[in-house]
Write a protein that binds this ligand. Structure first.
Ligand code: HAM
Length: 425
């Protein structure tokens, strides 16, 4: 029996890269003071239909929907924003603002699988809910920027504004009128979009290359004065924060809830394959209200973990490997309980600790220690243990210390090795 098409088993090196990515993501949300939220993996289908939008690819053809035994229509979440906003409103989490939330987990879209595109994939996302502010938009973009920079991934930041609700409505009408005479020259998919969501014709892979599409009306002509000023501020703050970006008037994004700022971080390396958007996000002015909450804005992004894994395919073992700090050489057959107590003491003090489970001759234990790539070897010899002592071997030094001092001694040596910072704190 095989795994379903578009899914993955993640283990070995890939799993280590994934953990390494999570460490960076966790640190980015920590320094930005975001709190974690968990929402169900399935929601009422309506949650996605009403927010992501009926005309979107996601809702119209990619959802894993099913009727449960109670005759309810449920859907495996294709993205994180809708469920989070549903939870924010249902639990009235908006009493203290700004509300800064992050989430991660599997998402499901019935897509054609290829490199970087799966039917079950992992998203890490953030949602920042407050009164609308270009500062919040920039904060969130800076956070995405920090993540890719910390991982050493090269990218291009594409930026656009969809204006407010009126902008989108007026622009849709204008596009429809403009494209109607060219209808027969559009792909069958775009011909449908002409009725449902003409904006999506602009970012269609095939149609976007056609001359008449390039000459289509521009969304910027439909901005209100406020939308124009809002977007100008976002760009200005980004420039002041020294973040490079490219304006892309065709960046309409595939989810209906966006207004104002939209952005994508697109890979600039050869590792990504055809699917090069690493992080996608934007501002949504009406979503909280549409779910029955107060008039609040949100801005957020989703990052595809598998796409980051592809980007880091060539990362060195040293960077992703959590080698043990300590290997305890288990060589005293009559003192197994004492040796395990030593192993446990190190673990309780925060050291990643390994040992050879069965007592062996010292040379064999050394071989095991070398195999583990631990930084420090602790030799738990029978005579030493009887005297309440241990022998430590690290780098070219070897010394014997009392069991009470051993944690302090190793910590001090490791601090010296790493130029000051404690490994255990
Ligand atoms: P999205 O652009 O649909 O936005 O997805 C965000 C990211 O998820 C993409 O840039 C990509 O890295 C990853 N992704 C999407 N589909 C797949 C797939 N089939 N296989 C692998 N990775 C995939 C959203 O989902 C919005 N909820 C983002 C957001 C949050 N906007 C505001 N707040």
């Amino acid at each position: 029996m095989n795994r379903p098409k578009g899914t993955k088993d993640v283990f070995g090196r890939e799993q280590k890269i994934k953990n390494y990515i999570y460490e960076t993501l966790t640190s980015a949300v920590k320094v930005n003071n975001f709190q974690k939220i968990e929402t169900p993996i399935f929601e009422a289908t309506e949650v996605f239909v009403r927010s992501v939008g009926e005309s979107s690819d996601i809702v119209s053809k990619e959802m894993y929907s099913f009727i449960d035994k109670g005759e309810r229509s449920l859907t495996l979440r294709p993205e994180g924003t809708a469920g989070v906003i549903r939870a924010v409103v249902e639990n009235k989490l908006y009493t203290k603002l700004p509300l800064k939330l992050y989430y991660e987990g599997p998402m499901f879209r019935y897509e054609n699988p290829q490199k970087g595109r799966q039917r079950q994939f992992t998203q890490f996302g953030v949602e920042y809910i407050s009164d609308a502010s270009p500062f919040a938009d920039v904060e969130v973009i800076l956070m995405a920027n920090l993540i890719l920079k910390s991982l050493g991934i090269k990218y291009v930041l594409k930026l656009n504004s969809l204006g407010d609700t009126n902008t989108k409505t007026d622009f849709s009408k204008a596009l429809k009128n403009y494209f109607l005479p060219f209808k027969s020259q559009l792909t069958p998919e775009s011909q449908n979009r002409l009725e449902t969501n003409p904006l999506r014709i602009l970012d269609d892979k095939i149609d976007s290359q056609k001359e008449f599409v390039k000459k289509a009306p521009k969304i910027s002509d439909f901005y209100s004065e406020e939308s124009k000023a809002y977007f100008a501020e976002v760009k200005n703050f980004l420039i002041k924060s020294k973040v490079d970006f490219e304006e892309d008037a065709n960046l309409v994004r595939g989810l209906d809830y966006y207004t104002h700022t939209t952005f994508e971080f697109v890979s600039d390396s050869d590792n990504s394959g055809a699917q090069s958007t690493l992080i996608g996000g934007g501002h949504y002015q009406n979503l909280v209200k549409e779910f029955g909450g107060p008039e609040l804005s949100g801005i957020g992004f989703g990052v595809g973990i598998e796409r980051l894994i592809n980007e880091l395919a060539n990362v060195s073992e040293e960077e992703i490997e959590d080698y043990p700090h300590i290997f305890v050489l288990n060589i005293a057959p009559t003192m197994q309980a004492e040796t395990l107590a030593i192993v446990n003491m190190f673990r309780e003090n925060g050291f990643i600790t390994e040992w050879n489970l069965k007592p062996t001759k010292i040379q064999k234990a050394f071989d095991k220690a070398a195999e583990s790539k631990a930084h420090v070897y602790v030799i738990a010899g029978e005579k030493e243990l009887q005297k309440g002592q241990l022998t430590i071997k690290m780098h070219n030094q070897q010394f014997t210390v009392g069991i009470e001092e051993v944690v302090y001694e190793i910590d001090t040596h490791l601090q010296e090795e790493h130029g000051g910072a404690s490994e255990t704190n």
